[in-house]
Design a protein around this ligand. Structure first.
Ligand SMILES: [Zn+2]
Length: 135
């Protein structure tokens, strides 16, 4: 049965067995898990970190962005979790799924490349600063 809403449950560790209709949020392990809202019984794990998912809590209502696309599951479910509501989105075609997966991989790559670049920049600045101070 398709879920129309997910109730957040804030936990330290996500339990082994999940209950349908619940979104388990572990802020310590920065992850959210739920059973696929289509009712297929598959576990959907969404890491809460940059270039992955972003969780917002507003008056006890949770929203996840971007959308949940279970392309790896047979059901290929695609939906948004907005203020505890499951907002169903259309199913993507194989080509669209490929495109999304490629974009995700690129985002992730860019994010870490950016981080590495700014770390290198900081190192150079620190060295320059140390050199200036010793002049
Ligand atoms: Zn499903």
């Amino acid at each position: 049965m398709r879920q129309t809403s997910l109730v957040p449950e804030f936990v330290v560790t996500v339990p082994e067995k999940l209950e349908p209709g619940k979104l388990y949020v572990s802020t310590r392990f920065r992850t959210a898990s739920h059973l696929c809202a289509c009712g297929c019984g598959n576990k959907v794990v969404t890491p809460l970190k940059p270039a992955k998912w972003h969780l917002t809590v507003e008056n006890g209502l949770v929203s996840l962005s971007p959308s949940i696309g279970s392309w790896q599951l047979p059901c290929k479910s695609h939906y948004w979790i907005t203020k505890n509501k499951v907002v169903w989105s259309r199913v993507f075609s194989e080509d669209e799924i490929k495109e999304v997966l490629e974009r995700d991989a690129k985002d992730l790559h860019d994010y870490y490349a950016d981080r590495q670049a700014s770390r290198a920049k900081r190192k150079i600045l620190a060295r320059l600063w140390a050199w200036l101070r010793h002049k």
